[in-house]
Ligand binder design. Structure first.
Ligand code: GLC
Ligand code: CA
Length: 555
């Protein structure tokens, strides 16, 4: 054994109760999960109808991407009203019924809080436009005078994350700032009304029984829009180690979370929160600390290539975060923003590109080039989830990854919904991982609903359906279910030690003689003597084949 990390004594604050420290959280993208009324759009009663599935699968919690009223300029992350349900998805009674059903199944509920921006249809933004220059209604957003004689030019050359200018004209010589789509005006977090409104939103959902919150763009709320503006070329690299970027990961953002922490902790049990903070690795722990949000996604795992050294490095950094934050890491292989893991791992690696970059370029070719090896990607992603589930910390599973689903690469331009596709010339966008789930092998939308879903499903979806896989002992779904069932019994505490092995083998020990071994190499390797508990693929005469993970108990 080469190194040991055991931080149990550091952890155990009020916010990181045992459940959240190790929870398996299933991410639901509501519009694509299950459609109860046949309008092609997944809805809250659809989720309620699938609670037995979630319980059978064995997850501890669900995180729901936004279900709030929205024109869907950005898949629901353009929120018209943070304290309501989109009528197409149901109403507040449906929400309460869904929470009751999930709680009855012992599944906690996390909702998305989108504090960086509202939609342009939000009452505040409508008022801001109508009120005109200099009005206090504009102070809730980031309006600035344009350049040029009549303000006909944007205040600076800064760019939106989705491509194009980060400024949109209000038609009266002023411009408003938007990090994302023009339909998502950024809020001004210096404004006390904005702060108070989000306190209200958090209490609103917590009072309705919500157990936790996923904080969208948690690293973005505070901004320095003072002049002179640095040129975009100087700030286009968004991650800095020192909090000096004018838009991202500024130190004073944590004041907001310290304020929210008091609200979270005023509930019994305290409400949980997880940050979507896309920050320099050295800055992640701060969001996960007990006086901030309490947990933060570790996106490095999602960005990692299928290589032992990449995984080892990501795990080491995640464990170091644990020491720095006192919270466990939140691991994930995918979410609604990233090409699906089975696809990322089924495309050939290129030296100077990450698997994620390769997959995004592949999407631009509608999936034609380079060649996708579907079964290879599925095999590797099965091995990968067994690594994540064996680590100390919490794991997020994106809906459909438990089916080994691939990205849908050949969606026609006219069906694309993601603003990234229309605003950017170099991205096809994120719709390919948001296609409605296949529940049955047949039917107009493979059991998603009675009609065709809002994004078309390809012919190959039926073979991945839940009904097909639940009956197959070797399916990806069965593996997920077995792994989740075993996990609770096998992995205690937060200790992890690396076990010396060949460079292409990832091997770690957990307390109680439990080992997790993954072979990233091209030939099978021998295993330590012990009892095999679960394996992501069949063993080869007792040896561990390539692209396979095994959990063992050693004497
Ligand atoms: C987050 C969401 C993403 C959304 C963006 C703007 O990154 O995960 O889907 O587009 O925020 O709200
Ligand atoms: Ca519906």
């Amino acid at each position: 054994m080469t190194s040991t990390i055991d931080q149990d004594h550091l952890i155990g604050t009020k916010i990181t109760t045992d459940l959240w420290r190790n929870a398996v959280v299933y991410q639901i993208y509501p519009r694509s999960f299950a459609d109860s009324n046949g309008d092609g759009i997944g809805d809250l009663p659809g989720i309620t109808s699938r609670v037995p599935y979630l319980r059978w699968l064995g997850v501890n919690a669900v995180w729901l991407s936004p279900f709030y009223p929205s024109a869907l300029a950005d898949g629901g992350y353009d929120v018209d009203d943070h304290r309501n349900v989109d009528p197409q998805l149901g109403n507040l009674d449906d929400f309460d019924a869904m929470v009751a059903a999930l709680h009855a199944a012992d599944i906690k509920v996390i909702v998305d809080i989108v504090p960086n921006h509202t939609s342009n249809r939000h009452a505040w933004f409508v008022q801001a436009l109508a009120a005109g220059r200099g009005a206090s209604e504009r102070d809730r957003y980031l309006f600035r005078d344009g350049r040029g004689r009549a303000g006909e030019l944007p205040p600076n050359d800064w760019e939106s994350i989705f491509g194009g200018s980060a400024w949109a004209s209000s038609g009266d010589g002023q411009w408003y700032f938007h990090c994302f789509a023009a339909e998502q005006p950024d809020l001004n977090w210096e404004n006390e009304e904005v702060r108070e409104d989000f306190r209200r939103t958090i209490r609103f959902w917590a009072d309705r029984g919500v157990d936790g919150f996923r904080i969208d763009v948690a690293h973005g709320l505070r901004k320095d829009l003072s002049e002179p503006y640095p040129p975009w070329g100087e700030i286009a690299d968004l991650m800095r180690p020192d909090g000096s970027h004018p838009l991202w990961d500024r130190d004073d953002v944590h004041e907001i979370y310290a304020d929210w922490r008091r609200i979270f902790d005023s509930y019994d049990p305290p409400r949980y929160a997880v940050a979507e903070a896309i920050v320099h690795p050295t800055r992640r722990a701060r969001y996960a600390s007990a006086d901030s949000l309490g947990q933060a996604f570790n996106f490095a795992m999602q960005d990692a290539d299928w290589r032992a050294e990449d995984y080892r490095q990501v795990i080491d950094t995640g464990l170091a975060d644990m020491i720095n934050s006192g919270a466990t890491t939140s691991w994930l292989l995918g979410c609604h923003d990233t090409p699906r893991v089975a696809t990322r791992y089924g495309l050939p690696l290129e030296d100077d590109c990450s698997a994620q970059q390769v997959a995004r370029a592949w999407l631009l070719s509608d999936g034609a080039e380079p060649y996708l090896d579907r079964s290879l990607g599925e095999r590797r992603s099965r091995a990968a989830i067994m690594i994540l589930l064996a680590l100390p910390g919490s794991t997020y599973i994106y809906q459909g990854d438990e089916l080994g689903l691939h990205e849908v690469a050949d969606l026609a331009p006219e069906v694309l919904e993601d603003p990234m596709a229309s605003r950017s010339t170099t991205e096809k966008g994120r719709d390919g991982c948001r296609v409605p789930l296949p529940w049955t092998a047949q039917g107009p939308s493979y059991g998603f609903g009675a009609a065709i879903g809002h994004l078309p499903q390809p012919d190959w979806f039926g073979a991945y359906a839940v009904s097909v896989q639940e009956a197959d002992a070797d399916s990806t779904l069965t593996l997920y279910r077995q792994a989740l069932a075993l996990r609770d019994h096998l992995f205690a505490g937060s200790g992890l030690s690396w076990v010396e092995s060949e460079p292409w083998v990832l091997h770690f020990a957990r307390p109680g003689g439990i080992r997790c071994v993954t072979n990233f190499g091209t030939e099978s390797v021998s295993l330590p003597a012990g009892q095999v508990l679960l394996s992501s693929a069949h063993l080869d005469h007792g040896r561990l084949p390539t692209d396979t993970t095994v959990w063992l108990r050693v004497p």
